[in-house]
Design a protein around this ligand. Structure first.
Ligand code: GLC
Length: 553
């Protein structure tokens, strides 16, 4: 019997529902569309499907602005479709993870409408409301912020996150965009209401949650101003930005405690997955899992790796740090793409050979891999007009030249990584029968599509299928320990996965040049390139090649 809980040995596939498959011809993906494509994911070998939000929402941030947590946005389907989706996923022995946006609701949520209506309604304290600070006439030393604004806090998207409401003559706080007001978790009723939502879905059989901007849920109880920092832009290892240290707005002590409370609610329903979208230094985000035992969230994304550099040294250091930071009973997550950032292949200069090697690392290293729809076929970022973006973020920056953002490496038009799934070479890449899809299908779809790659033996898709098959068969890959191999030639990264007496070595060549070196294998169970493997008693790896070999059975 296996010792690890399922959520520490699973593999996650992320679906952006708007873009996966459109079953009713309106140009927008939907729940029935996902159901129709479940066998594709099953054959790919992924067990867990995380679906970005499809709850009732005005869709101003495409579902990350929820107006009713216990109903489905008509554009994606109905409650009955959600029920069928859960059932169909379970029927295939797979798991379903919903996306919970607990930090904020939509401005259209009834809770907010009521809260905003007066200062003394029953939900008056459900959101974060503050009176204007100081007087507009007298200098009151308000730390450089605009007159009236309660604190100097910056939103995640830049600019003050305080927004004035005429109805109450007060400001409400939004971590993200103005139409996404933050809930007040210091009010026990709010916590209770949200935990009831969590129980509602767990009761319907959902296997866990991805937790949106989880480390922003608590803000300083005393509303102290954030200190100055020289940092202009937020990075994945440090949310401080726009010249302030996010001291009082991120990862507050109460937030770590909240992770444990959330976990206890999940535990009422058995072994449930919870993966936090958290930002900050590796040591801080680890704390959301618990200190000694894993009694907080079951997993956290560690987004620093989204900015990987494609070298053996980079990944050796990364794995080393992940092993240090997430030792048993913790488990790291390996993620290189999502719906907010450049796709991983973009960082690889769209080089499919490198994408194969990256997938090989991701699926053999000790950790839960998380892949973003389309990553398995090498979908590239689109280039879409900035001014007509559907994503609300670019519209905050209309005055700043797009080129500046590219230069700074910021992803501001997230439409570019959310284009429809490329299923085949037919109209709209087989995504939809509509005349117009919600975002244009990427122009590469004739070459890059699942159907074509399925037929090509050495395609990225088939490499991933083969790797997933091995991962699902070999316990050592899902559950074994990891030891980094030393003394390998430059450009080669190697590690051993071990469980009981079984040892498997993974060797990856990050260079374009062929490499040969000594290493004892009894058998190769996977080779990335046709000539990779054992040749004249040496390991031979072509440029960007890789092998998996058995050291002992
Ligand atoms: C998270 C989501 C992103 C969303 C934001 C606000 O970062 O991944 O897509 O816009 O939170 O909910």
């Amino acid at each position: 019997m296996s010792r690890l809980p399922w959520y520490h040995k699973t593999a996650i596939y992320q679906i952006y529902p708007r873009s996966f498959y459109d079953s009713n011809g309106d140009g927008i993906g939907d729940l029935q569309g996902i159901i129709q494509k479940l066998d594709y994911i099953k054959e790919l070998g992924f067990e867990t499907i995380w679906i970005s939000p499809f709850f009732s929402s005005p869709q101003a941030d495409f579902g990350y602005d929820i107006s009713n947590y216990t109903d489905i946005a008509p554009v994606y389907g109905t409650m009955e479709d959600a029920r069928q989706l859960i059932e169909q996923i379970h029927k295939r022995g797979m798991k379903i993870v919903f996306d919970m946006v607990m930090n904020h609701t939509s401005i259209e949520h009834d809770w907010f409408k009521e809260s905003r209506s007066s200062r003394d309604n029953p939900k008056a304290d459900w959101y974060i409301w503050r009176p204007p600070f100081g007087s507009p006439l007298i200098f009151s030393g308000n730390g450089g912020r605009r007159w009236g604004v309660p604190t100097n806090w910056q939103s995640m998207t830049g600019g003050s996150g305080w927004h004035y409401s005429k109805e109450r003559g007060q400001y409400f706080w939004s971590t993200f965009l103005p139409f996404q007001p933050d809930l007040n978790y210091r009010n026990p009723e709010v916590k209770q209401a949200m935990f009831d939502v969590v129980r509602f879905w767990l009761g319907k059989g959902v296997d866990g949650f991805r937790l949106d901007i989880f480390n922003f849920i608590y803000k300083d109880a005393e509303f102290r101003d954030n200190p100055f920092s020289f940092k202009l832009l937020p990075t994945d290892d440090d949310p401080s930005s726009f010249f302030q240290e996010a001291k009082y707005t991120v990862s507050q002590p109460e937030n770590f405690q909240f992770a444990k409370e959330f976990r206890s609610v999940c535990n009422e329903f058995g072994e449930k997955l919870s993966v936090g979208e958290v930002s900050g230094g590796r040591k801080i985000i680890r704390k959301f899992l618990g200190e000694e035992t894993n009694d907080g969230l079951t997993l956290v994304f560690d987004f620093g790796m989204l900015n990987f550099i494609f070298t053996a040294d980079y990944f050796r250091d990364l794995i080393h740090e992940m092993e240090q930071n997430y030792p048993d009973p913790f488990m790291p997550v390996y993620v290189f793409s999502n719906h907010d950032k450049h796709r991983s292949i973009h960082r690889l200069g769209d080089d499919i050979r490198k994408a194969k090697l990256l997938a090989m690392l991701q699926l053999t290293v000790r950790g839960v891999p998380c892949m973003y729809y389309g990553e398995e076929i090498g979908t590239t970022d689109s280039k879409l007009p900035f001014a007509s973006a559907l994503d609300p973020i670019p519209h905050k920056y209309t005055l700043l030249p797009r080129i500046g953002f590219h230069w700074l490496g910021l992803m501001v038009n997230r439409d570019e990584v959310r284009t429809p799934m490329q299923w085949d070479g037919t109209t709209n890449a087989g995504f939809s029968s509509a005349e117009k899809t919600w975002l244009p299908v990427h122009g590469t779809y004739n070459e890059i599509n699942a159907e074509k790659e399925g037929r090509k033996e050495d395609s990225l898709l088939n490499v991933i299928r083969r790797l997933m098959k091995i991962r699902n068969e070999e316990r050592s890959l899902r559950e074994g320990s990891l030891e980094i191999l030393k003394g390998l030639p430059g450009g080669i990264l190697g590690y051993v996965r071990k469980i009981e007496n079984k040892e498997i070595a993974i060797l990856l060549n990050f260079d374009e040049q062929t490499k040969e070196f000594q290493m004892e294998f009894t058998e190769c169970i996977f080779t990335l390139l046709p000539n990779d493997g054992i040749q004249n008693k040496a390991i031979h790896l072509g440029g960007f090649g890789g092998v998996i070999g058995i050291i002992s059975k």
